[in-house]
Design a protein around this ligand. Structure first.
Ligand code: FAD
Length: 437
C-alpha cells in the first residue's frame, strides 16, 4: 500500500503513488522528469506546516530533507544561497555564525526555506515585508528535465511571480536570499485593554520595529508584543525559565485550557477570561531568530487574512463579535500582525499596507462555521488569504484581488503547460493551466 503523508496540523493527508527523497540536484531533476514522463503529478513538500491539502498529491511527493546544505554565504553582499529543503532554524543558526540574520521571521522556525517562501510566510512589522521578498534567486526543476534560474539578472519580470508560487511553477532546488547583519531583539509582552489598543493602533503598529497583538475573545484584554532591534548583547534565558515561559505557560497551560473547553464548550468564555487573566509582562533579549520564533506544541487549525491596514480596528471588532457567538465555541486568541507592501504577484500584502488577522481553532473542534463567518468579514475588505492556511476561496474569487494575477498564470503556462505540479488544491485556487482549461 502507498505510504501515507499528513501535515503538522493533521487536517490533511494523502497517499502519494510514491515518496522520493532526492539526495542532490541531479536526483531532484531526474525525479521531476520521470514523474512527468509517467504522467504522474509532482508535489514538493517542506515541513508540512501548511494547513489543508496544499501539498497533497496522489502522484509523486518529493521530500527535500536531504537537500539541506548552506551552499554559499557572502558577508559583503549579504547574499546566502541554500538548498531548498533546509529548515529555517538550521539556516538561522548557520548564518548567525557568519554574522548574518534574516531580516524578519514568522512565529516559528520549523518550516523549510522553500515551503516558507512558497506561501508568503510573514512575520510582523509595519516597515518589513514578508520573507519571500528577500529572495534574490530560485533554481527550479521543470517537468522537461531542465533546471532554470529565476533571478533579477536572468529573468527580472519572472522573479516577483516565482517568489510566492505554491509549488505551481516547478520544484525549487536552491534559494538565494538577501539577509542583513546579525542583530539582537528585545521583546516585551504586556497586557492592555483592547479598546486602548484599537484606538491607538497606528501609533502602536509604527511605534516599534515589530508590533503584534493577541485578542482574547470573551474578554476586553489584548496582549501586545513589541520588539525592538537593539545594540545590546543577547541575554539568553536559562533553560529552566525558557521552559517555564514558552513550554509550560504558552503551550501546556493553553493546551490544558483548550482541552477543557473542547470537552465542556459552555465553559469556554470563562476559560478565555481565565487565560487572559494569566498573561503578564515578560521580556526577552536574544539573537533575533530566537526572539521571533518560539515553540508551538499545541495543535490547531488556522485561517489568516491580509486586509488593508486602515480597516484593521473595525475588522477586529467584527471578528470578535463572530468569535463570541456561543455556538462557535471559540477560545483561542485572535492574532494581529502588520506588514509593509511588496511587489510579489501573489503576495497577500501586494501593493498595500497590510494588517494580518488570524483566527484559530483547537485541534479536533469544528472550525468551518467560524472560519466561514470570519471570511465573509474579510471579503468585505478585499481580504487576501494566507496561501498556507485554511480558506474557502476559489480562482474566481481570488483573481480580482491580485492585480498581477494574469502575469503569474502566464508564467505558469510557460513553465508547466501540462500541469505536472497540479493538485486538487491548486485547481481550486489557481484553476488549471490554460491549455487544460
Ligand atoms: C504552528 C505554525 C505556525 C506558523 N506560523 C506562521 C507565521 O508566523 N507566519 C506565517 O506567515 N505563516 C505561519 N505558518 C504557516 C507556514 O509558515 C506556511 O504554511 C509554510 O508554507 C510552511 O512551510 P513548510 O516548509 O512546512 O512547507 P509545506 O507546508 O510543506 O509546503 C508549503 C508549500 O510550499 C510548496 N513547497 C515546499 N517545498 C517546495 C519546493 N522545494 N519547491 C516548490 N514548492 C515547494 C509545497 O508544495 C506547498 O505548496 C505557521 C504554521 C504553523 C503550523
Amino acid at each position: 500500500m502507498a505510504a501515507k503523508w499528513s501535515n503538522w496540523a493533521g487536517d490533511a493527508s494523502c497517499r502519494p503513488a510514491r515518496i522520493e527523497r532526492p539526495a542532490n540536484r541531479a536526483e531532484l531533476v531526474d525525479a521531476v522528469r520521470r514523474a512527468a514522463v509517467e504522467g504522474q503529478a509532482v508535489r514538493a513538500v517542506g515541513a508540512g506546516h501548511s494547513f489543508g491539502d496544499l501539498a497533497c498529491t496522489g502522484g509523486v511527493l518529493l521530500r527535500l530533507d536531504r537537500l539541506t546544505r548552506v551552499l554559499d554565504v557572502d558577508r559583503d553582499s549579504h547574499l546566502v544561497k541554500v538548498e531548498a529543503g533546509i529548515g529555517l532554524r538550521v539556516m538561522n543558526e548557520t548564518i548567525w555564525s557568519h554574522g548574518l540574520s534574516l531580516e524578519n521571521l514568522g512565529d516559528i522556525d520549523r518550516q523549510t526555506v522553500s515551503g516558507a517562501i512558497s506561501t508568503g510566510t510573514h512575520g510582523t512589522g509595519s516597515g518589513f515585508r514578508n520573507m519571500s521578498t528577500q529572495v534574490e534567486a530560485v533554481e527550479l526543476a521543470l517537468p522537461d528535465g531542465s533546471m532554470i534560474e529565476i533571478s533579477a539578472d536572468s529573468e527580472p519580470e519572472a522573479l516577483p511571480a516565482a517568489r510566492i508560487a505554491l509549488g505551481a511553477l516547478g520544484v525549487i532546488a536552491t534559494v538565494t536570499l538577501r539577509v542583513v547583519p546579525a542583530f539582537t531583539l528585545r521583546r516585551v509582552d504586556s497586557p492592555r485593554p483592547l479598546g486602548e489598543v484599537l484606538e491607538n493602533l497606528d501609533d502602536l503598529a509604527d511605534g516599534s520595529d515589530h508590533f503584534e497583538f493577541y485578542v482574547f475573545p470573551h474578554t476586553e484584554t489584548a496582549l501586545i508584543r513589541q520588539s525592538e532591534r537593539t545594540a545590546d548583547e543577547p541575554r539568553p534565558r536559562n533553560a529552566v525559565s525558557e521552559f517555564a515561559q514558552e513550554i509550560v505557560l504558552e503551550n501546556w497551560a493553553m493546551d490544558a485550557i483548550s482541552r477543557i473547553g473542547r470537552a465542556m464548550p459552555s465553559r469556554i468564555p470563562a476559560l478565555a477570561r481565565f487565560a487572559a487573566g494569566q498573561v503578564g509582562r515578560s521580556e526577552k533579549v536574544d539573537r533575533s531568530y530566537r526572539v521571533f520564533a518560539s515553540q508551538r506544541r499545541i495543535h490547531f487549525v488556522e485561517m489568516e487574512y491580509a486586509i488593508p491596514r486602515r480597516h484593521a480596528a473595525e475588522a477586529i471588532r467584527s471578528v470578535l463579535e463572530v468569535a463570541e457567538r456561543p455556538e462557535l465555541r471559540v477560545g483561542f486568541p485572535i492574532e494581529v500582525r502588520f506588514a509593509a507592501p511588496d511587489d510579489s504577484h501573489l503576495s497577500p500584502a501586494h501593493d498595500r499596507d497590510t494588517a494580518y488577522v488570524a483566527v484559530h481553532m483547537y485541534e479536533g473542534m469544528p472550525f468551518e462555521a467560524y472560519f466561514r463567518a470570519v471570511e465573509e468579514i474579510m471579503d468585505g475588505y478585499g481580504g487576501r488569504p494566507h496561501w498556507g492556511k485554511r480558506h474557502f476561496q476559489t480562482a474566481a474569487t481570488l483573481a480580482p484581488r491580485y492585480p498581477r494575477w494574469e502575469e503569474f498564470l502566464a508564467l505558469r503556462d510557460r513553465l508547466d503547460p501540462r500541469g505536472a505540479f497540479r493538485n486538487a488544491h491548486l485547481d481550486r485556487v489557481l484553476g488549471p493551466p490554460s491549455a487544460l482549461a
